[in-house]
Design a protein around this ligand. Structure first.
Ligand code: BGC
Length: 747
């Protein structure tokens, strides 16, 4: 449909939603529905007049924090497909997800809805999700664009963040999904970024998103995020959600008539709404249905790969038939999803205890362990649990963070578990020689009892079928294969945002810059409870060999890395092979110790090996140069490190990369020798310039051995600008050298 044929009033109306979830219908074009549902459809049937809301039942999958632990793109594609089938059956055209915000602090109330602290991992997994959903003819909404890493004052907070942290940390996941999957829509977040609301941010929504990344879809506001509809349209926010009782459309018409808003913005945005609606309507299938039991089974398949075995002294797997104390209210009333707009009205929820009975059999004794309505320890409940554990000799304690701890709309203020859970674990572990903890939460918590338990399984928020998945892992039917997509620090104080998060009343300053997650803990050598990428299995893998297809390349080439991994244990299993790159040791730029740039999950039979290949390119090695405003790979020797977690990378290879087109500017009196020597675009003038000052200042290009032998002189020479030679030479002479060099460079 060509919206220019519509009246201005209709076009203006299309730039605002109808009710909570619909686009505006116009003559010849019906409306479509959007619904929440990153990990389960949350379709609401609202009767605005009566003020009633009916929530449609749907399957709840593990939330993104858990899904990410699968490190399995194919599996997440399956989640997407299954979600899309449910959406189609409910005539929903766009699922409002996935969320790819970075986990800046473990306290963010919505961390359970986000994938990772690492943009590469989040980007890859979200790409798989979007392709899965959209392949079935349902759209997605990549959210919350951008830097929405806290819930405190989320509507107004100004995220003060450097250009480099934006480019390297907060934007790449969005960029990857846009470039590799073209989500039908993107949701602009509530917060400001460096002073400008995301929904009114032209740099973000037009210059970067559309012009630089090539986004073709529609930008929607987060719900109630827009203050100034004119500015939002000018910035490129096409539709403001939800409806505003006609106010925004009225203002749009008025602004166009008064000449304060260019009609072209209204046309462009209305056209995008029309295009999306046309696409949505073209894929509608009125007869679509799905089977709830089948999808519950899919949810169990997914959950199995999302659980992370974090500690195991050999206690797990349990033998079937043995007597075990099953302790903790979560065993009967599980914690499996988070609160807020992603909360799913489930079709059913596993009772974990029942699954243990079915899968493990044996003598199971249940004890509640902690009260449901308070965080305070209950001595009687603890005593009962201790008795059960003593009697059975083995105990599995279901604990974690209760519902009220994690939700959209607010952040945690501390990283502790309820005292009732901590005390219970400590008391049971004292008397029971074999105590395992199954931990359910959407983010990390301090675990003061960690050294006194024998095993720990992190179930994250495992979705409605978590019970089966947990029981299968605990009893060994399934070999665990999840790995952490975020670091679990020992205590909150170790986190880089401690003392800065969630900012003051107006701003949240990203003082830690690019050093979030493992980039921080590695740089500062801070010990953690469990590192990024870590997860145990019931088998063992040996990283055998690594090879690269070249050792010299330019930053325009690609590099193929091949590694061999052997399953040296007795059980078949799935291993996540992780690849990190590290910048040259003498890099001038500040770089993290290493960064994830590839991963693959492979199934390896016991005793067999698997070959895994990775293709690396410029972005695998690049940093964002804030002076040049571009991605750069400065010439040097880069490392490729491969292994089973961020702290276990036994395989290493090196590659010399030459920067093909380093930025080249006219040299000035400020230009240092170091800059000339490091940047190959100055190679034709280095000799001239150095030679010109050589006789009186003994300046010359040092060999790397000489540089190593005399670091003080090297430092002096590298950082000395031209102007400082006036003691030996006249200013005219120096300026003449500079001018001649620039001429040779073509300036
Ligand atoms: C949330 C979004 C959600 C929207 C609609 C907002 O409050 O931030 O993630 O999609 O509501 O429910």
């Amino acid at each position: 449909m060509d919206v220019k044929k519509l009246s201005l009033e209709d076009r203006a109306a299309m730039c605002n939603g109808v009710g909570y979830w619909y686009t505006q219908a116009v003559e010849g074009l019906d409306s479509i529905m959007m619904s929440d549902g990153p990990h389960g459809l949350r379709k609401e049937n609202r009767d605005e007049e009566k003020g009633t809301v009916e929530r449609v039942k749907a399957t709840c999958f593990p939330s993104a924090a858990g899904l990410a632990c699968s490190w399995n793109e194919e599996l997440i594609g399956e989640v997407g497909k299954t979600l899309a089938k449910e959406a189609k059956a409910e005539q929903v055209s766009v699922i409002l997800g996935p969320g790819v915000n970075m986990k800046r602090s473990p306290l963010c109330g919505r961390n359970f809805e986000y994938f990772s602290e690492d943009p590469y991992l989040a980007g890859k997994l979200a790409t798989a999700y979007v392709n899965g959903v959209q392949g079935e003819g349902v759209g997605t909404s990549l959210k919350h664009f951008a830097v929405n890493s806290q819930e405190t004052r989320r509507f107004t907070i100004d995220e003060v963040v450097s250009e480099r942290a934006l480019r390297e940390t907060y934007l790449p996941a969005f960029e990857m999904v846009v470039k590799e999957a073209q989500p039908k829509t993107i949701m602009a977040s509530y917060n400001k970024i460096n002073g400008v609301h995301a929904c009114e941010n032209k740099w973000l929504l037009t210059d970067l998103l559309r012009k630089e990344w090539g986004f073709k879809g529609l930008v929607t506001s987060d719900w109630k995020a827009v203050t100034d509809i004119g500015k939002a349209l000018e910035a490129g926010c096409d539709i403001t959600m939800p409806a505003t009782k006609g106010e925004f459309p009225r203002r749009i018409v008025q602004m166009v008539k008064e000449g304060t808003l260019d009609e072209k913005y209204v046309n462009e945005s209305a056209q995008r709404v029309a295009d999306l609606a046309e696409w949505g309507l073209s894929t509608v299938d009125k007869n679509a249905t799905y089977d709830r039991d089948e999808n519950h089974a899919v949810a169990a398949d997914i959950a199995r790969e999302c659980m992370v075995l974090l500690k195991n002294d050999g206690m797990l797997p349990l033998n079937k038939g043995e007597s075990v104390a099953i302790i903790g209210g979560f065993a009967r009333n599980p914690r499996f999803q988070g609160g807020g707009s992603s909360h799913v009205e489930t079709t059913k929820v596993d009772d974990i205890f029942e699954n243990f009975e079915q899968i493990g059999g044996g003598q199971l004794v249940y004890a509640q362990g902690y009260p449901e309505d308070t965080d305070q320890p209950d001595d009687a409940l603890i005593a009962e649990a201790v008795e059960a554990a003593k009697k059975c000799g083995k105990a599995i304690i279901f604990s974690g963070l209760p519902d009220s701890y994690e939700s959209e709309g607010y952040d945690r203020t501390h990283m502790r578990m309820p005292e009732s859970h901590n005390r219970l674990i400590e008391e049971v572990a004292k008397v029971c020689p074999d105590t395992a903890v199954v931990f359910s939460a959407g983010s990390p918590a301090e675990m003061p009892w960690i050294s006194s338990v024998n095993a720990l399984l992190h179930a994250y928020l495992g979705g409605q079928a978590l019970g089966k998945a947990i029981a299968e892992i605990v009893y060994g039917d399934i070999n665990p294969s999840g790995k952490l997509a975020e670091t679990h620090p020992i205590k909150l104080k170790d986190n880089p945002t401690y003392g800065f998060y969630p900012g003051d009343l107006e701003t949240s300053v990203h003082s830690e810059d690019i050093y979030i997650g493992y980039r921080w803990y590695e740089k500062k050598e801070i010990p953690v409870n469990f590192p990024f990428g870590f997860g145990l299995s019931y088998t063992k893998y040996e990283y055998e060999s690594i090879s690269v297809d070249k050792t010299e390349m330019t930053d325009e080439d690609t590099l193929t890395v091949t590694v061999k991994v052997k399953n040296v244990g007795k059980r078949d299993g799935k291993e996540v092979v992780e690849l990190y790159t590290a910048a040259p040791e003498n890099a001038v730029e500040l770089r993290p110790v290493k960064e994830l740039k590839g991963f693959k999950k492979v199934f390896i039979k016991a005793g067999e090996s698997a070959e895994v290949t990775f293709t690396l390119s410029k972005r695998s090695f690049a940093f964002w140069d804030v002076h040049e405003h571009m991605w750069r790979v400065p010439t040097g020797k880069y490392k490729i490190l491969v292994g089973s977690s961020s702290v276990d990378v036994p395989l290493a290879a090196e590659v010399n990369i030459e920067e093909k087109n380093p930025p080249c500017h006219p040299i000035t009196l400020e230009t240092t020798f170091g800059k000339l020597i490091r940047n190959s675009s100055y190679k034709d003038i280095v000799e001239d310039v150095v030679g010109a000052f050589g006789s009186k200042n003994a300046v010359r290009i040092l060999t790397s051995e000489e540089a190593k032998a005399d670091p003080v002189y090297t430092h002096y020479q590298n950082h000395t600008p031209r102007r400082s030679f006036y003691t030996g030479y006249s200013y005219e002479y120096i300026e003449d050298v500079v001018e001649k060099a620039n001429k040779k460079l073509g300036f």
